[in-house]
Design a binder for this molecule. Structure first.
Ligand SMILES: NC(=O)C1=CN([C@@H]2O[C@H](COP(=O)(O)OP(=O)(O)OC[C@H]3O[C@@H](n4cnc5c(N)ncnc54)[C@H](OP(=O)(O)O)[C@@H]3O)[C@@H](O)[C@H]2O)C=CC1
Ligand SMILES: O=C1O[C@H](COP(=O)(O)O)[C@@H](O)[C@H](O)[C@H]1O
Length: 505
């Protein structure tokens, strides 16, 4: 790990939700574990008129709410807070950057920092294009004795053309190696574990293709609505919020070829190839293969249109299920079904690999049970683990083959994956390792695939948006989508013999 001795992390949008709930808890944990540079400072910047003390107080409150109680250590919190500074300024105003430069120089003197700066954009996306331009105008992008890196949150672009424009702006101010487009799903231990499962074991890879796999499901659903984020969410919708980034990453790690090396170019080259292999969707495909939905009030849960800051007639999707295919030798003809939604019965993210049935059924159905095809469930959250369904002989007379689950719980490795997606990714930025960040060509090839869906919804407003009761598994049309090919969605809460890994309803 190539950790510098000194660093100043500049957070734009430092008064916001992401900073308070995710970034500061992650930084605190890194600090407490001695994993940050020895000489370290944070300079938070936002319009809210805090001073350093008021900022520290607000972050302290956030830490007490969002850090696990067993990680709360008052002495470590106080020491961490003393590294925090605040600049009250509007990041959309060019003048703010001269002030920023002055404050950075002051902090550099205090911590003896040779101008190593990491800029983190935790602002609404409308500022993603503005901030790098202003940094460049003030010369804050230029590397001299120290490094400059910039981290930008999702969504990177609103559609293909805005993503292209953003890439142009970033690459005008920074080199690709300085740009860290973050997707916190890639920071999750269990997502990285998919790579270990596939590429550290020789038993799966020979089966990981169209000859043995019938279809693949990728699910990332949540049991909450959009809460107080209506103002942001209504202009975005599920395709931009979850599909184009998080689900696309899950697809990439599931479907990619083995990288030539596990480094930034090896890994990211393979991600791009997956997106380039996606079979483009025509209008007809979109009508038949993409189901969008919006939650409606049910059993005491609010409907989407009743949420704060959501227009009464909003047609923003809160659910999406779709079928996609990869046009390559490994996956030709294998459907990938992906789904994500708000206000589902539970919060779960998992990938289910459905293997084909044995070529010849030697054992007959007995006692009402038939041998079932093998299935590998990769549970990303919660209860992280892996479950492989095998057919086993029922002890005793006759020859009844029962489906049994062989399960591995991640907790058995000794340490539960914690919040650490952000901690992991921030640490990687500090060390200058962009492997788990999205490269510009991946953004573009991903958007090339998803953009026609947005265009189609815009051009064909009568394209259905199905209502689904809050607390249900989404529109019935999503079941029909998979049933057409004899498949069905796995209910993560059912159908597993070893249920302790699974959700309680
Ligand atoms: N929150 C989350 O859990 C996640 C968020 N993200 C992404 O992170 C980014 C930040 O999210 P979040 O913290 O929730 O957003 P917030 O809406 O809380 O905004 C962050 C801060 O940006 C500042 N800001 C807002 N509007 C403007 C404006 N017009 N001009 C200048 N500054 C403005 C505000 O500070 P002030 O008013 O003080 O200037 C605000 O505190 C978003 O792009 C989101 O997509 C990604 C994953 C998860
Ligand atoms: O980026 C986002 O992700 C969260 C879900 O992330 P998770 O780590 O809690 O599974 C989602 O709620 C949010 O809408 C989206 O912006």
């Amino acid at each position: 790990m190539n950790k510098p001795d000194a660093l100043t992390l500049v957070i734009f949008g430092a008064s916001g939700d992401l900073t308070r709930r995710k970034l500061m808890p992650a930084l605190y944990l890194l600090y407490k574990a001695g994993r940050l540079p020895r000489r370290f400072a944070v300079l938070g910047m936002a319009r809210t008129s805090y001073d350093d003390d008021r900022f520290r107080t607000s972050i302290r409150e956030g830490l007490l709410s969002f850090v696990r109680p067993d990680e709360v250590d008052e002495k470590a919190i106080q020491a961490f807070l003393s590294c925090l500074h605040y600049l009250s300024a509007d990041p959309s105003e060019p003048e703010a950057y001269a002030e920023l430069k002055t404050r950075l120089e002051e902090i550099d003197r205090t911590i003896d920092n040779p101008h190593n700066y990491l800029y983190y954009l935790a602002t609404p996306p409308l500022l993603y294009g503005v901030i790098p331009r202003h940094l460049k105008a003030e010369g804050l992008n230029r590397e001299g004795d120290g490094f400059r890196r910039i981290v930008v949150e999702k969504p990177f672009g609103y559609d293909l053309s805005s993503a292209l424009e953003l890439n142009r702006i970033y690459l005008d101010a920074f080199r690709e190696e300085q740009i860290y487009r973050i997707d916190h799903f890639l920071g999750k231990e269990t997502v990285q574990n998919i790579l270990a499962l596939r590429f550290a074991n020789s038993v799966f890879e020979p089966l990981w293709n169209r000859n043995y796999i019938d279809y693949v499901e990728i699910t990332a659903v949540e049991n909450m609505g959009i809460g107080t984020r209506g103002g942001f969410y209504d202009g975005v919708g599920t395709l931009r919020d979850m599909v184009q980034n998080h689900l696309a990453q899950l697809l990439a790690v599931t479907a990619m070829e083995p990288p030539a090396a596990f480094d930034a170019s090896g890994f990211r080259n393979e991600v791009v190839k997956v997106y380039q292999s996606l079979t483009p969707l025509t209008g007809e495909d979109i009508r038949h293969s993409v189901v969008r939905g919006q939650y409606m009030a049910s059993e005491g849960r609010k409907g989407y249109r009743e949420e704060e800051q959501v227009p009464a007639l909003s047609r923003t999707e809160t659910y999406l299920a779709m079928r996609l295919e990869l046009n390559n030798w490994r996956w030709g003809g294998v459907p990938f079904y992906i789904r994500t939604g708000k206000q589902m019965p539970t919060k779960v993210s998992e990938i289910v690999i459905h293997f084909k049935s044995a070529p010849y059924s030697l054992f007959r159905c007995e006692g009402g049970t038939c041998p079932l095809p093998n299935r590998l469930v990769i549970r990303i959250q919660p209860n992280e683990g892996i479950v492989l369904r095998l057919g086993m002989k029922k002890p005793g007379e006759g020859f009844e083959v029962l489906p049994m689950d062989m399960d591995f719980s991640y907790a058995e490795l000794g340490r539960l994956p914690t919040e650490d997606a952000y901690a992991r990714l921030i640490e990687d930025c500090i060390a200058g390792d962009p492997t788990l960040f999205i490269r510009s060509d991946a953004v573009e090839s991903g958007w090339r695939f998803f953009d026609p869906i947005l265009k189609y919804w815009q051009d064909v407003p009568e394209c259905p948006l199905y209502g689904y009761p809050a607390g249900s598994w989404g529109p019935l049309e999503a079941d029909s989508l998979v049933a057409r090919q004899g498949a069905s969605w796995t209910n993560p809460c059912k159908n597993l013999t070893n249920t302790h890994l699974y959700c309680e309803l």
